[in-house]
Every structure is written in C-alpha cells, then in structure tokens.
Design a protein around this ligand. Sequence first.
Ligand code: 5GP
Length: 144
Amino acid sequence: MREAPADNVFGRILRGELPSFAVYNDEHTYAFLDIFPSAPGHTLVIPRSWASTVADARPQDLAACMHTLQRLIPAVMKATGAHGVNVVSNNGPAAGQTIDYLHFHIVPRFSDDRLALNVPGSAADADALAEMAAAIHRSLLEQS
Ligand code: 5GP
C-alpha cells in the first residue's frame, strides 16, 4: 500500500481530510463525483494505493480500478440517462493530468452533447506506421 504525499488532493479526500461525494467504496478503490464535472454524473475512480499514472501503478490496483469501472459505468448510465460514457485517464501534465494521483474519469455522454472529447485524427502514412510499430517493439524489448 503506497501513501500519497501529504498535500495530495485525492490522498486528502481518501483520508477524509477534504469532503467528497462518494459513489462507491471498497477495499482497493474509491469513487466520487468530480466537482468540476464535464457532464452531470462525471465520476472519478482511484485506487486506495497511490500511483501517479497507469505506468507506475501496481497491476493489482489497475485490475481493481477496472473492476470498479465495470460495476459503476452501468450505474452512472442509469442514474444520468447517458447513452454512453468516456473512460479517460490523463497521464502526465502534457496529457492534461492536473492531480498527481492515478484516476479514471467516467464522463456520461449523450448523442448530441458536442463535448470536445473526441479529437479527430488524420490518416497516417503506412511507412510511418511501420516505423513507429518497430520503435515501440524495440522499446518494449529494452524494458524487459
Ligand atoms: P485530471 O485533469 O488530472 O485528469 O483530472 C482531475 C479532475 O479532478 C478534474 O476533472 C477536476 O475537476 C477534479 N478535481 C480537482 N480538484 C477536485 C476536488 O477537490 N474534488 C473533486 N471531487 N474533484 C476535483
């Protein structure tokens, strides 16, 4: 079990030092409403054991978060009437992570909500894709 730094906002919420609107709670995870929601019902799921990002989390904590997401998503959809959800985890400041505590957003979505979460890409060149796949394979081999 890893403790978050003392001043970490989500660590403080977990310890009950800051208030939150809990929606789910078990031995390994905690889920609560985002106070600046992108849509009503916007929920955050965190592991009780602190990690900054997916990459540095313990596998069992990631599994616990996925399990909680599976349970919560239908409940959030039913409570909000949403047609779908985005499950998002911003990892690193460059990706928009503002709180240094791994979390998964559940953002309720409606067919016509126009939330700017789906960013269009452009078709990639096949050679560039092949080079990139090879570079990632090399990185994986260096990691193991
Ligand atoms: P990030 O930008 O790191 O992916 O997401 C952090 C989320 O935490 C944001 O959506 C933000 O609205 C939410 N947030 C920030 N401070 C608090 C807080 O004190 N309580 C709650 N419940 N949510 C917070």
